[in-house]
Design a protein around this ligand. Structure first.
Ligand SMILES: NC(=O)c1ccc[n+]([C@@H]2O[C@H](COP(=O)([O-])OP(=O)(O)OC[C@H]3O[C@@H](n4cnc5c(N)ncnc54)[C@H](O)[C@@H]3O)[C@@H](O)[C@H]2O)c1
Length: 332
């Protein structure tokens, strides 16, 4: 299989390494707005570098992987789909609903596939949690607690382009809550704090946020997130039902220290970031994409799924700004 990868920054260079090692990928061509960066990544992996996206798409490819900065996703999806190619794209498709719908129209018109990079769907713990809910082992679910805490803020220049904490970061929690519970979010009530580093206030963003989601069966979900968790990278999901409760992301590397005399030992080597914590999930999502391109499996995370997660993020942003509960159906 011949794959073209666009965007060789933090996540794109990681995906390039995964694809270069994949036994089904015979050739890999990479491009980036910064052609020197693309050439460096290609050189390290024995891949080819194209000087720009047009040249990349001239390579008789079988599929395209997009890991560029978010602002370019929708246009690149439309171009790759327009060339009749299946596309894997990092989240989000776009930072607003109209931009997302335009990209989805381009994919539908081309009659091709678009898989989105919600890698938690491929993480062993989240998969086990989904099975536990589906099997009925937890009994009626009443409470879900999701949390994403980054060890340190991203570069200041990233913030104004990121779409804010809900769209950029907690969108992963919104997607995984839907996927694990199999339910839809009907209402959100969200707030945020910009009391940390000044760059968040300057970007009109928050460094810490909390949202209360109500699912369509009445289950209550709290989602919390922060960019300032000095203890490490902490991504967890707790599901409590009438019969049992379980936790995803609770292991000897969880950056959380018990102060109880009989509590578990402090983490020896706390998780430091997403590339380390989710490396196997990133590999598995691209392996699934290769199989999707070969027509062997259904799409594990398509455009409408990403749109549903974005609508929840939009509802949270509206709720935070207007300080009121927001029905997700209010988001156009
Ligand atoms: N799924 C995840 O866990 C995860 C983690 C990190 C980032 N992401 C997403 O991946 C994307 C990239 O994030 P990153 O942290 O790697 O950013 P980054 O800034 O490190 O890299 C982005 C790269 O895209 C290039 N680029 C920008 N516009 C381009 C264009 N029009 N054509 C070609 N190249 C272009 C830049 O030159 C840069 O090299 C973002 O959309 C982000 O939301 C997802």
């Amino acid at each position: 299989m011949r794959i073209g990868l666009i965007g060789t920054g933090r996540i794109g260079s990681f995906h390039a390494g995964v694809l270069a090692r994949h036994p089904e990928v015979e050739s890999l061509v990479v491009a980036d707005a910064d052609a020197t960066r693309a050439a460096g990544v290609a050189g390290a992996l024995g891949a080819q570098a194209a000087p720009d996206v047009t040249a990349l798409l001239d390579h008789a490819l079988d599929a395209v992987v997009i890991a560029s900065a978010t602002a370019a996703h929708a246009e690149l999806i439309a171009r790759a789909a327009g060339a009749g190619l299946p596309v894997f794209c990092e989240k989000p498709i776009a930072l607003d609903v109209p931009g997302t719908l335009a990209a989805l129209r381009a994919v539908a018109e081309a009659g091709t596939e678009l898989q989105l990079g919600f890698m938690r769907r491929f993480d062993t713990g989240y998969r086990a949690a989904r099975e536990a809910v589906e099997s009925g082992r937890l009994g009626r679910l009443h409470t879900v607690r999701a949390a994403t805490s980054d060890p340190e803020p991203p570069p200041a220049a990233y913030l104004p382009l990121s779409g804010g904490l809900f769209r950029d970061c907690l969108v992963h929690d919104f997607d995984i809550v839907r996927w694990v519970t199999g339910r839809e979010v009907v209402e959100v009530y969200a707030t945020g704090s910009d009391a940390g580093p000044a760059m968040f206030r300057e970007a009109g963003d928050v460094d810490t946020a909390a949202a209360l989601l109500t699912l369509d069966d009445g289950t209550l979900v709290t989602v919390t997130g922060t960019r300032c968790n000095g203890a490490g990278y902490d991504v967890r999901l707790e599901l409590a039902g009438e019969r049992d409760q379980i936790a995803v992301g609770l292991d000897d590397r969880t950056p959380l220290t018990s102060v109880e005399p009989q509590g578990p030992a402090a983490p020896g080597k706390p998780w430091q970031g997403f590339l380390e914590r989710f490396a196997p999930a990133y590999e598995a999502e691209l392996a699934a994409f290769v199989r999707l391109v070969r027509g062997e499996v259904p799409n594990p995370c398509d455009g409408p799924e990403a749109l549903a997660a974005l609508r929840i993020a939009e509802a949270c942003e509206l709720s935070r700004r207007e300080r009121r509960p927001v029905r997700v159906e209010e988001v156009p």
